[in-house]
Design a binder for this molecule. Sequence first.
Ligand code: SF4
Length: 236
Amino acid sequence: MPNLTPSPISDQEIAKLKESALFSEKGKTKFSSRILVIGGFLTAEQLREIATFATRYGDGTVHLTTRQGVEIPHISYEKLSLFKRAIEKSSLRSAQSGKCVRAITACPGTYCKFGTIDTQLLAQELFKRFGNRKNLPHKFKIAVSGCKHCCSKPQENDLGVMGVGNFAVFVGGMAGKTPRWGDRLSFDIKEKSKLFNIIDAIIKWYENNGNDKERFGTTIERVGLTNLLEYLKSLQ
Ligand code: SF4
């Protein structure tokens, strides 16, 4: 039976909690917490902490998201303050939500026999450099794959990096209601420093050209891929 108890929590408070990656569930009396995971990688200690928090604050279950994230569901509103304090003291961090660069997904190309780049290191480096980019037109998802098998789906992210010995970059991909396959930039990139500069420029172009709540792929459709490519060329 659905929970028909009226929610005591205001919409403003629910929106505020969402900024801390606490998402209200049906009925608006329980919350799911999204934990930050980069490249799908967690230590055994972090898994133990997640298990402890899921047992102590939720109902003992954990949900894995399609983008390698971990969610602790069914945390009651009354336990949220204690839960937030426990997370702050742990080795875990809450995921980012809203109009920002989201957690970066990556395949295990670092040790997969097909991997041509160190995907896990690159995901960490990308998050360190770009994870603080906020106030974008919309959310911005980045994925890294170690080879052409594309296990982490770089073409379905706002920005995808694929290892081909060098780095191939895809822009403007997205899933959701209006899926779009990312466009591969016409050039591959050899040096990591150049890759970082190009990603920085791509995000700047999106900041300058994207309308509010417009996904990157839609901005590319509206303004034109040629415009983005010319902008990137002008910086070289
Ligand atoms: S994309 Fe390639 S390197 Fe990465 S896990 Fe798949 S097969 Fe391995």
